[in-house]
Ligand binder design. Structure first.
Ligand SMILES: C[S@@+](CC[C@H](N)C(=O)[O-])C[C@H]1O[C@@H](n2cnc3c(N)ncnc32)[C@H](O)[C@@H]1O
Length: 296
């Protein structure tokens, strides 16, 4: 692999990073100065290991970047972190949109589940600042080691290996889930502070990998923003999604309810999440035995 003879210097990269942040926010259709500043500040190359890097192409295959010049990382594209498992550093515009919806504020505690090697953890950490706290949880042992190494010496970021649906964490203002569940883990709802926001990707069993039946993405995966108001959980659909499955937060009964809900449509009319199974069927988009996503 030819190495670039004129690798970009740090000053040039700072400018590139600022341009990247603007492009990412424009692609996300988001106008949020705090999110833009975080994308402009965090160095993607500090998290993805040494290059060249596997860059995802439009057809889902990977192309290796022409060299290890970090300038190639400042595109609104996915990069493989374990490409043979289809496990990627996610799409910047999607994260910009989801992080804007989560709206982390200085001093808050954010829990990041499915943190990978921590690029988006660092963006969240930038937004909560030194007075805030990050708990980053990654299931895969090898990635969790890299995650911990990437935040060594940063006292307000705690990196943990394990199942983010089970590992105990302190009450949180934002819970940012980056893997496809079939239901919200009880702990995510229990540990959300009043006014806290949970970003919850829900996927059917068709929500990741091959899609031979060409099912539209809207009917395979959905991200909901859940906001706690006292004992109530307000819910709003924010995006379609195809995403790596969340170990520990998938079960057959909820998957069936989710697949049925995707088939009938109407996700955009959801207004609340209830932790009970007795809400009448006609008021629900998704109805499982002990929880539902309801319209009113
Ligand atoms: C789509 S990848 C995203 C990685 C990272 N957020 C990024 O964009 O670079 C999903 C990640 O979630 C992790 N994961 C899956 N289930 C998990 C769980 N129950 N707890 C913590 N991490 C989980 C996977 O190992 C994988 O690294």
């Amino acid at each position: 692999m030819a190495q670039s003879v004129d690798r970009m210097g740090q000053k040039e990269l700072e400018i590139v990073r600022r341009a990247y942040a603007k492009h990412v926010l424009a692609n996300a259709d988001v106008d949020d100065a705090d999110v833009e500043a975080a994308f402009a500040a965090v160095r993607r190359e500090d998290f993805l290991g040494s290059g060249p890097w596997p860059m995802m192409r439009w057809n889902g295959s990977y192309r290796t970047t022409p060299s290890d010049d970090p300038v190639y990382l400042y595109q609104d594209v996915l990069f493989g972190i374990i490409p043979e498992r289809g496990l990627n550093n996610g799409q910047p515009w999607l994260h910009a949109m989801l992080i804007a919806a989560a709206a982390p504020r200085p001093g808050e505690h954010v829990v990041h589940i499915g943190a990978g090697v921590g690029y988006y953890t660092a963006i969240l950490a930038h937004m909560v600042g030194e007075s805030g706290q990050l708990t980053a949880i990654e299931f895969d042992g090898g990635l969790a080691e890299r995650l911990a190494a990437n935040f060594a010496g940063q006292p307000n970021v705690r990196a943990l290996q394990g199942d983010g649906a089970q590992i105990a964490f302190d009450p949180a203002d934002v819970i940012y889930v980056n893997a496809g569940a079939t239901r919200p883990a009880d702990m995510w709802l229990d540990q959300l502070n009043d006014g806290g926001r949970l970003i919850l990707p829900l996927t059917s069993d068709k929500g990741f990998g091959e899609n031979p039946e060409n099912i539209p993405i809207q009917r395979r995966g959905a991200v909901f923003r859940i906001e706690r108001c006292g004992d109530e959980f307000l819910a709003k659909w924010i995006s379609a999604v195809a995403i790596f499955p969340c170990e520990g937060a998938r079960d057959t009964e909820s998957e069936r309810a989710l697949a049925a809900a995707f088939a009938k449509g109407g996700w955009d009319r959801v207004t609340r999440l209830c932790r009970r199974g007795d809400v009448p069927e006609e008021q629900c988009w998704l109805k499982a035995a002990d929880w539902c996503l309801a319209y009113a």
